[in-house]
Design a binder for this molecule. Structure first.
Ligand SMILES: Nc1nc2c(c(=O)[nH]1)N[C@H]1C(S)=C(S)[C@@H](COP(=O)(O)O)O[C@H]1N2
Ligand SMILES: [Mo]
Length: 212
């Protein structure tokens, strides 16, 4: 935690506090660009200031909690899982959206097929190499989450969360952990880094659902 940019975090907590009671649309926008967002063509880097450097031979992904098959994937194990290519939009709560990103990676569903969640598992909690955390309902992770290791046919750059990061497109991008290290299946929801600091737990871009 000490490596994190404290002033940046405090600034965002103030934003969340100021934004929490703003009126929100009752029905979701049908536009590709969610309300309050603008499109960018570059890809900004957003994190807490610590960008861990994880060589592939030291990389692993631990999957535990309420599952039949607790698993630690090494790099080759991860690459041996079914790989998919997907093109999706990326919406950051700081108001930028990036359309049409071409990803390659492993669907969260493929992880579930491997580790077999128990019926009690309803939520998923993600921990990253630098300590960041975030959370999703299992249902949303199954529908939307991709564990990405390539972007535009190249290895995912370290500043964007390489070797492997979570990517979501139906909720704000803070729900996708860069430098993902651990996935834990839970019965009860557990809030992540920004969720405990006033960011919305549901994070729906099309209803401007930024802060709670
Ligand atoms: N490990 C980690 N993952 C993270 C973050 C972070 O600080 N640490 N920031 C989140 C936020 S707020 C956003 S908007 C996206 C930004 O991803 P990018 O830097 O690739 O644009 O990563 C998310 N995942
Ligand atoms: Mo963000």
């Amino acid at each position: 935690m000490s490596e994190f940019n404290k002033r940046l975090i405090q600034g965002k907590e103030r934003l969340a506090e100021a934004g929490k009671n703003k009126p929100r649309p009752a029905t979701p926008s049908a536009d590709r660009l969610p309300p309050g967002q603008h499109e960018v063509k570059n890809w900004p880097v957003l994190d807490l200031g610590a960008q861990p450097d994880i060589p592939l031979h030291k990389w692993s992904l631990t999957i535990d909690g309420l599952i039949e098959q607790p698993t630690i994937l090494m790099w080759q194990d991860f690459l041996a899982l079914p790989q998919v290519e997907r093109v999706s939009d990326f919406h950051c709560v700081t108001t930028w959206s990036r359309f049409g990103n071409r990803w390659k990676g492993v669907e969260f569903k493929a992880i579930c097929d491997l580790v077999k969640p128990k019926p009690e598992a309803k939520f998923v909690f993600f921990t990253a190499y630098e300590g960041y955390t975030t959370n999703l309902p299992l249902e949303i992770a199954l529908d939307d989450l991709l564990l990405v290791h390539e972007w535009e046919s190249k290895p995912l750059p370290r500043e964007h969360g390489g070797p492997v990061r979570g990517v979501v497109s139906k909720v704000y991008a803070w729900k996708g952990a860069k430098w993902i290290k651990q996935i834990e299946f839970l019965e009860k929801d557990k809030l992540g880094f920004w969720e405990v600091r006033g960011y919305s737990n549901t994070a729906d871009p099309w209803t401007n659902d930024r802060f709670s």
